[in-house]
Design a protein around this ligand. Structure first.
Ligand code: HEM
Ligand SMILES: *[C@@H]1O[C@H](CO)[C@@H](O)[C@H](O)[C@H]1NC(C)=O
Length: 346
């Protein structure tokens, strides 16, 4: 209901003031403040946000993505993950993009991010092109959301209508990044706790974990499973034997921490439901992947099975859950800013 009202008021504003610069993004959403990740609505975010101020925004994002992903298919995965790591730390506000400075302790150096998140050059290129076409209009937080959707689509996954209008933070949270991003050796109960904290439920957890249908992980993130899963110097017994031996060859007990393995080895660059099929066979790469089947909390086992069986069902729910994740505590109205350079505050 609120969303409908917002979009109508955008259209009216634009019709009344034929001057485009007056139809300024963020203007006129008087009630959109408060709202933590848990408060439910997407207040202040609407798909038409740049309809008048930068109608070509998505086309510009897509043209840069097409080139970058053609050159390196993994880039789609890296950009999808970047949006996740942004949203889980003080909301989807592009805090993850800020570099170290006198006032910023960059999230890029946190445990989950350091030597791991990537794609910043592609975001910079998108931002530079958008600044040329529509100066100081499209936020870095919206660029991350658009890049995540575009990357999903270009990898063969679903499209969704994407609410826009996030603004960029003037702060980052290094400690929040260490506290709020779930580690790969999490139990299922832990994963649920991390997601619940963001207003996301077990359906979101399982569907969004399906993001691991593309991309790779470093040996350091799954080594524990191969050599000492439970402190008894034994491998994780839920690992399928053949897969386990293959993983040991890329991930030796000592060293090799930066060697990489696909999260979905059957189709690492294709966004499909193979990730869930592999989990059924004991071939999920991370503990956090396999426990969705074996963790024995709630309904996640059934969800894994149903997404493995029905790709359409997975695509549908992934799209819904991405909108939900992308709406965690956005800055709107006069909060935050639209950065000119995604790496630093204005
Ligand atoms: C459920 C909790 C999650 C955990 C514990 C987790 C953990 C990880 C880890 C450890 C890696 C490899 C990082 C590295 O080796 O440096 C990774 C990669 C990745 N994650 Fe997740 N993740 C989770 C949820 C998500 C979500 C919600 C998404 C997006 C919807 C996502 C998308 C990705 C992608 C696409 C990659 C591959 C990135 C690349 O190849 O550059 N993950 N994740
Ligand atoms: C997960 O890994 C961390 C870092 O290696 C370790 O301290 C922690 O005990 C592990 N947790 C579990 C549940 O194995």
């Amino acid at each position: 209901m609120a969303v409908f009202k917002v979009s109508v008021s955008v259209i009216i504003i634009a019709l009344v003031s034929s001057s485009l610069s007056l139809a300024h993004p963020g203007w006129g959403f008087g009630w959109g403040g408060g709202g933590g990740g848990n408060s439910g609505g997407y207040i202040g975010l609407v798909p038409e946000f740049y309809q008048y101020s930068c109608p070509q925004a998505n086309d510009i994002v897509m043209s840069v993505l097409e080139k970058a992903i053609a050159k390196e298919p993994r880039m789609a995965a890296s950009l999808l993950r970047l949006h996740f790591h942004d949203c889980f730390v003080q909301g989807c506000d592009a805090s993850v993009l800020l570099d170290n400075s006198a006032t910023i302790a960059s999230e890029k150096n946190s445990g989950p991010n350091s030597n791991s998140i990537r794609g910043f050059e592609v975001i910079d290129e998108i931002k530079a092109k958008l600044e040329e076409a529509c100066p100081q209009t499209v936020s870095c937080a919206d660029i991350l959301a658009l890049a995540a959707r575009g990357s999903t689509v270009l990898s063969g996954g679903p499209y969704w209508e994407l609410p826009l209008g996030r603004r960029d933070s003037k702060t980052a949270s290094f400690s929040g990044s260490n506290r709020n991003i779930p580690p790969p050796n999490s139990t299922l109960q832990n994963l649920l706790t991390f997601f619940n904290r963001q207003g996301l439920d077990e359906v979101d957890l399982v569907a969004l974990s399906g993001g691991h249908t593309i991309g790779v992980a470093r040996c350091a993130t799954f080594k524990q499973r191969l050599y000492n899963q439970n402190g008894n110097n034994q491998p994780d017994e839920t690992l399928e034997r053949g897969y386990y031996f293959g993983l040991k060859s890329v991930c030796p007990q000592s060293g090799g921490d930066n060697n990489i393995s696909p999260l979905d080895f059957a189709s690492p660059a294709k966004f499909d439901n193979t990730y869930f099929k592999l989990i059924l066979f004991g071939k999920g790469l991370l503990t956090s992947d396999e426990v969705l089947l074996t963790g024995n909390v709630g309904n996640t086992m059934e969800l894994v099975k149903s997404y493995a069986e029905d790709e359409g069902l997975f695509f549908n729910q992934f799209a819904k859950s991405m909108v939900k994740m992308g709406s965690i505590s956005p800055l709107s109205d006069y909060n935050g800013e639209v950065r000119k350079n995604c790496r630093r505050v204005n």
